[in-house]
Design a protein around this ligand. Structure first.
Ligand code: DIG
Ligand code: MN
Ligand code: MN
Length: 386
């Protein structure tokens, strides 16, 4: 039961299970695994795919010959395990060159270098089979707004996206971009702080059809938002190109916890939303094991992410099949159809008729909703007593 299958499309980044446990207040606690070792670890726990930043795979100062050897070894590990590479991305945040951002840096040389680095990384990702390319602007932000006009930052971001969309078109790559928002950390404030900002930004691009979003649980929680609502808006707009699953207490730094390990109820509503709407994309766990974990516990972490997802998917099916829950939903959503003629597509006749229609406002106010009963049934379903 709850064993991951390839059709679940569960993926992990090299940087997740390969994280040696360094944090701002402590050194690494686990030895560094090679990309090949990480691929085999992911194969062992039953993942479908592996994602990477360019420099997770190829060190930033690798020679061309070293790069080619690393890629050969990585391809062999993929062949040996059957894992695929659905997504790739660029590390535009670790190197000191990006200390003031990449595409939004005040230094034009850095902005140009970021474009060059990203084109190289796109080539690498495509070579390994990626169909989705993520942009997380970890350093695209400020500690003081004295140094940069936020409108200039938006214009620079747009220029970079348009340039790179044109690059992908010019190369004929089958590749889509997914923009990942985060409100802060490592910068004091990061531009395009939430998925909502990204959805608005995408509409201002030259090739908006090539660009969607990659919402992350932890990042929307850091902004104090309901992640399921954020994902729903992306889904409804046809822009959910990828998703970063993990968990996160509100009002904390980016914890990237194991999926479902903090907010089980919100994790359930997310899984339910994706299942109810037939989301068939990759399910990427951009999450990290506790610093206290050894690699056996890291494997337990990875298995836990996938098991919890599958258990919640079964709960979502149970919710759908639960007669008492469905009867309550039918009652809540009942509609006598009386007002249908007045609504939907506007017409002057409809508006005139609606304005003439008498409403008993007091009666409208007397009608309550059985959400307490419904939510208690949901809780009891999640607690396994239904
Ligand atoms: C952090 O949440 C970011 C980076 O790890 C990466 O660029 C992106 C891809 O999932 N998520
Ligand atoms: Mn994160
Ligand atoms: Mn992420």
């Amino acid at each position: 039961m709850y064993t991951p299958q390839p059709e679940n499309k569960f993926t992990f980044g090299l940087w997740t299970v390969g994280n040696p446990g360094r944090d701002p207040f402590g050194e690494a606690v686990r030895h560094t695994l090679s990309p090949v070792e990480i691929v085999h670890l992911l194969g062992e726990v039953g993942a479908y795919g592996v994602n990477f930043h360019d420099n997770d795979l190829v060190p930033i100062d690798a020679t061309a010959a070293q790069r080619d050897q690393i890629v050969r070894d990585f391809k062999q590990a993929l062949a040996d395990t059957g894992l695929v590479v659905p997504m790739a991305t660029t590390n535009l945040f670790s190197d000191p060159a990006f200390r003031d951002g990449a595409f939004t840096s005040n230094d034009r040389h850095v902005r140009a270098y970021a474009l060059q680095k990203t084109m190289n990384a796109i080539d690498l990702g495509v070579e390994l089979g990626a169909k989705i390319y993520v942009f997380w602007g970890g350093r695209e932000g400020t500690e003081t707004d004295a140094g940069k006009n936020p409108i200039t930052a938006i214009e620079r971001s747009r220029e970079a996206m348009n340039y790179l969309c044109e690059y992908v078109m010019d190369k004929g790559y089958d590749l889509k971009f997914a923009l990942e928002a985060k409100p802060n950390e490592p910068r004091g404030d990061i531009y395009n702080a939430t998925t909502g900002n990204m959805l608005a930004f995408i509409q201002t691009l030259d090739h908006p059809n090539m660009v969607g979003v990659n919402p992350e649980v932890a990042h929307e929680h850091m902004a104090g938002l309901n992640f399921t609502h954020q994902v729903a808006q992306a889904l409804e707009a046809g822009k959910l190109f990828h998703i970063d699953l993990n968990d996160q207490a509100f009002g904390r730094y980016d914890q990237d916890y194991r999926f479902g390990s903090v907010n089980l109820k919100s994790a359930f509503f997310l899984v339910k939303l994706l299942a109810d709407n037939g989301y068939d994309g990759n399910l990427h766990f951009d999450a990290h094991a506790y610093r206290t974990a050894d690699y056996d516990d890291v494997k337990a972490f990875a298995r836990g992410c996938m098991r919890t997802y599958l258990i919640l998917k079964e709960k979502a099916a149970q919710f759908k099949a639960d007669g008492e829950i469905q009867a309550l939903l039918a009652e809540i959503n009942s509609d006598d159809g009386e007002l249908t003629p007045f609504m939907g597509q506007y017409s002057a006749a409809k508006a005139a008729a609606l304005r003439a229609h008498p409403f008993d406002r007091a009666a409208l106010g007397r009608r309550g909703q059985p959400y307490e009963r419904l939510d208690q049934l949901t809780i009891e379903l999640l607690l396994g007593v239904r």
